[in-house]
Design a protein. Sequence first.
Length: 403
Amino acid sequence: MQYDEFAVSVSRLNAYIAAMLNRDDMLSDISVTGEISNFKAHSSGHYYFSLKDDASRISCVMFRSSASKLTFFPEDGMKVVVRGRVGVYEKTGVYQIYAEDMHKSGIGALYEKYTELLEKLRTQGYFDEARKKPIPYLPRSIALVTSPTGAAVRDMITVTRRRCPITRIIVCPVSVQGEGAARQIAAMIDYINSVGLAELIITGRGGGSIEELWAFNEPVVAESIRNSRIPVISAVGHETDFTIADFTADLRAPTPSAAAELAVPDISGILDMLETDRSMMRDAVFRRIAVLKDGIAAQENKRVFSGQLRSLQDASIALDNLSEKLLDRMTARLSGQNAALNASEKLLNSLSADEVLKRGYFIARRAGEVIRDIDIKAQDEIEFEGASAISEVKVEKVRRKQS
């Protein structure tokens, strides 16, 4: 049986569904209560967000003409009542609420928990400026406590290597959202302190909803940051996102990339400064030598020193030799420093995770965590990450080596 003659186009189907919804009196003017999530204020002035409850969510859009009339600025976690109509965006076939008005209906559960914890920790002195540690000017090593696969870690590594290639970067992989993420983050910060792994810690992740960032609002993470002997920079989400970790850390960065900018200086600027200092020292030496030579020449014209002319001439030659040696030593020292910087950069690049993988090594993970021991059992599902691919295997049999 041929169905082609009865088939309708996708656009016609979406237009029909939109017309059906528009004819429904209930959906043309409806009020819906829920919690705001994934809120975004577009440059056009329109607001895009989701409205959710414990079991479901629906997309919403509020155009600039309606958004400009609000008496408050919507934020993730707010519990609100939205009035508008339910319609279909025909281009994608997605139904959503076209919001015309909105008012607060209390604060969402997560946001309420956040504000309560924020006030509790503030009264306990977690955020006091007096307890915050200074960030080292030129750290020799930085530990990145974040997801090893997200964009945030790539941004931090790229910026750090560009600004200061001699700084060692140590990626300390953890989960940054979901069950157990907060405990992983806290445990990693504690471990770095226990072994003195780095001179500076950066912990964070890219942007997301309040639920996705929640691991950095947990008290266990705040406790580890507060107790850390090593300075901590918090870099969670976007510039408008604030977490408990941000307030507790020694320094808050608006984004992961900004954290790397704040963590290390631009070494090219340091080299320029050294070159300027070298030029100033050289000019000072030449000026001093010129003054001494003028003094010697003046003394040569005095009859009382005519018998000492030879010794003065010898002194002038000695001064010339000394100035040449001083300049040679300064030049050699700066050249040696530049060579050491270049060598350190090459060594660090060769030890990066990408380069190690290219040499034939693999990273083994089980349940998203890196395997660091031999506790592997039959039926374990293991993921091997190589230089260009990720393989998933299932262990059929484990055979122990004979002693």
